[in-house]
Design a protein around this ligand. Structure first.
Ligand code: TXA
Ligand code: MG
Length: 313
């Protein structure tokens, strides 16, 4: 069992000491909880892959305190700088050219010459970055392929046997992982939809935003089955069938409701928590009401489609 630590200064220091000693820590962010490790320590990064059961071809996101720290590890063109000014700290991850000899683990980007960097807004994540003064690699703190954690309890349930400490940061505000964008000189490629929309990215840079076609190898981690509960998942359901638990949305009510008022931000914040709760009922199938394909609904539907995809292993 891991210990869930309140986020006072002493406990931040305990977590920082873990990280500096090459151990992993459960770290809250505004999107989902991360499994953090020192990105300059090759053994710590290997331990992240092992702890999650994550394939080593699926690179990690490196978390930094600010633009200056990011520039130790990646080359930022003007578009990247504009995006950082507009959305950092916040739920935006940029994939950029990786600098050589920066001291960063090679495993962290799975041998690619690009690196995903993100500057989190959550105060506890920022304290931890400050206390370690290290770039922190942090994938979502769940066993590979399963539902992402939005509370410290979710982390404890999934990885509690494997890590000493989880920092308490409350329920995650956004509830859905960061938007990931590949930044080049003449276009942006949206690799994973999130709270920051393609339209926002386009207007901050004046660049066209391409959405990735299905077999793109640019997002090695975007395996089709992901966020999978134990139960089967049936999407776009209008009512509950036998042996199902029903997750409603708006006026289409169910055993749970992602947002009774049909608010997409609320639905995103509730998404993984509700999937965890529905799965915990032990039913063989979870039915989910249709979510509109607009705004944040695009990111929610992306996660739901992966949750419903057949598992590959
Ligand atoms: O909100 C988030 O981003 C959370 C919190 C903890 O920060 N983290 C997160 O990490 O979602 P993870 O490991 O679950 O998802 C990272 C995604 C994967 O799909 C991975 O393939 C992609 O980022 N990725 C990482 N490095 C990449 C790279 N160099 N090129 C393309 N995709 C990359
Ligand atoms: Mg994940």
């Amino acid at each position: 069992m891991s210990q869930i630590l309140d986020h006072n200064d002493d406990n931040i220091q305990i977590a920082a000491n873990d990280l500096l000693a090459g151990k992993l820590v459960g770290m809250p962010t505004e999107t989902v909880y991360g499994l953090a490790g020192d990105a300059t320590n090759e053994n710590a990064i290997a331990l992240i892959y092992r702890t999650k059961g994550r394939p080593q071809f699926n690179p990690l996101i490196v978390h930094v305190l600010d633009q200056d720290m990011a520039q130790n590890y990646v080359t930022m063109n003007d578009h990247a700088k504009n995006l950082a000014s507009a959305f950092w700290p916040g739920p935006l991850t940029m994939v950029l050219g990786r600098k050589d000899n920066s001291g960063l683990s090679h495993l962290v980007s799975a041998g690619l010459d690009t690196l995903a960097v993100r500057c989190p807004a959550h105060p506890v994540a920022r304290h931890l970055l400050n206390a370690t003064n290290k770039p922190l690699a942090a994938p979502s703190a769940n066993p590979s392929g399963s539902i992402s954690p939005t509370t410290s309890q979710h982390v404890e349930q999934g990885l509690g046997q494997k890590i000493d400490h989880i920092l308490e940061g409350g329920a995650c505000d956004k509830g859905i992982e960061s938007t990931i964008v590949l930044v080049t000189n003449d276009k942006l490629v949206l690799l994973r939809p999130g709270s920051i929309s393609a339209e926002q990215l386009a207007s901050a840079t004046g660049l066209p935003v391409q959405t990735k076609d299905d077999d793109s190898i640019n997002a090695p981690g975007q395996l089709s089955s992901h966020y999978a509960p134990h139960a089967a998942v049936r999407l776009n359901a209008f009512h509950k069938m036998k042996d199902e638990v029903f997750i409603g949305f708006g006026a289409l009510d169910g055993d749970f409701n992602l947002s009774e008022t049909g608010d997409l931000e609320e639905a995103a914040a509730n998404l993984f928590k509700t999937l965890h709760m529905a799965d915990a009922t032990g039913v063989p199938s979870i039915a989910i009401a249709p979510i509109p394909w607009t705004g944040l609904g695009i990111a929610i539907n992306d996660r739901l489609e992966r949750a419903a995809a057949p598992r590959e292993n």
